[in-house]
Write a protein that binds this ligand. Structure first.
Ligand code: PLP
Length: 401
């Protein structure tokens, strides 16, 4: 009855967690939702003010599909300032979030018969979009033992004559791991030799905790300028998830294809949002630092509390706002068997919503968002520990991270 493509795409698991939590809340249950992939902070005041001005001055009509020049300039200036890379207006398109940026790009670059490599664990939208474009996702596994580092040998092993693209996300959702400039350098060399596209999802680029050099756009610009794509977003850096604004920076023919798709799908991003994002990108960036400092405090506190149970092992994330602990030490064949069951039971019995690792191609793990207040995090962590005490497997495994 439905089109064939509906058989190979799954709805977002993270959105499903939010719905399940809402359902329990409607029954009057006090659920702590640690599933959310969005900052709990309000959008900064100066950004909201720019949106009010846009409404007040009736800036409420269609704009060009690719976005207003003022915003494209703000985006390219920010990348110039942050990374020293140069993109022109015809190499820039404004999209409805980073999600549409990646969606447009997947459709512009990939098709039937193509293989697209991406590291796992990964954000599910990446492989679902590859499948929607009728290409085949090829997952390259990363491991907690070395902080989910991407190994070039593993990428190389996955390359075949059908490889058309590599999609990378740094900092990564759900692991918070960073791809290093050295790793990307090596990948870019291979990609250049074999005519492979590299798509870099920088959605969490402003949320990196330590002062490390993360100039991935610079690497791609110097090594693979004509075969690389940058996808960014205002969502996480400026607490603007609901405003829906992202962007693509890529060679003009890629942007032009994205523009064609988008012109028949959603047209321009909301005109008011565009003005707000100009203010976000050109205004004082202190608001980003304030959020990052608070995320760091929460990360450290939550990590310490949860890993006080030796059956919960967790890598300290370098960026984004998720812990991705290995909870396989709490599972057993005669108790809670899988991380999906764990997440389900934790929600039903412990009233804490987390996302099972299966959603990220990583059974045995759960993703816990710390984009929520310290008070709720403390309560949530206490409930998780109590749940682990009551229902978790007794034995601790001897695996170490
Ligand atoms: N990339 C990653 C890795 C994400 O986790 C998300 C959202 O959760 C996005 C891109 C897209 O976010 P948005 O569409 O809100 O910009």
């Amino acid at each position: 009855m439905l089109a064939e493509r509906t058989t190979y795409v799954s709805a977002s698991a993270t959105m499903a967690v939010a719905l399940a939590a809402q359902r329990l809340r409607k029954q009057g249950i006090d659920v702590i939702d640690l599933g959310a992939g969005e900052p709990d902070f309000p959008t900064p005041e100066h950004v909201k003010a720019a949106a009010m001005d846009a409404i007040g001055s009736d800036f409420t009509r269609y704009t060009p599909t690719a976005g207003i020049s003022e915003l494209k300039e703000a985006i390219t200036n920010r990348y110039l300032q942050d990374y020293g890379v140069t993109y022109s207006e015809s190499e820039t398109i404004v999209t409805a979030g980073g999600k549409q940026a990646l969606y447009n790009v997947a459709f512009a670059l990939f098709g039937r018969g193509d293989e697209v490599i991406t590291p796992a664990p990964c954000w599910p939208t990446i492989f679902e979009q590859i499948k929607l474009a009728e290409a085949t996702p090829v997952m390259v596994r990363t491991h907690p033992e070395d902080g989910f580092k991407l190994h070039i040998e593993d990428v190389l092993r996955a390359v075949t004559p059908r490889t058309r693209g590599i999609i990378l996300n740094s900092p990564g959702n759900p692991t918070g791991a960073l791809i290093t400039e050295a790793e990307l350098n090596e990948i870019a060399d291979v990609a250049a030799k074999k005519d492979i596209w590299v798509v870099l999802d920088l959605c969490y680029e402003r949320l990196i905790y330590d002062k490390v050099s993360h100039n991935l756009p610079g690497v791609l610009s110097s090594k693979l300028r004509n075969r690389s794509v940058l996808a960014g977003s205002a969502s996480k850096a400026y607490a603007m998830t609901g405003w829906r604004c992202g962007w693509v920076l890529a060679p003009a023919e890629v942007v032009s294809a994205c523009n064609a798709f988008q012109s028949h799908a959603t047209s321009n991003v909301c005109s008011i949002t565009q003005k707000a994002v100009v203010a976000a990108l050109t205004g004082d960036q202190k608001c980003v630092t304030v959020m990052l400092d608070e995320f760091r405090r929460r990360r450290d506190a939550l990590l310490e509390t949860l890993t006080s149970d030796p059956r919960i092992r967790c890598v300290k994330p370098s960026g984004a706002f998720y812990l991705f602990p290995d909870i396989s030490g709490l599972l057993s064949s005669d108790g809670i068997r899988t991380s999906v069951d764990f997440a389900k039971e934790l929600l039903e019995k412990g009233h804490v919503a987390v996302t099972a690792g299966e959603a990220f191609d990583a059974p045995g793990f759960v993703r816990i968002s710390y984009a929520t207040s310290m008070d709720l995090l403390e309560q949530g962590a206490a409930r998780i520990l109590e749940f682990a005490e009551l229902y978790g497997a007794r034995e601790t495994s001897n695996k170490t991270l």
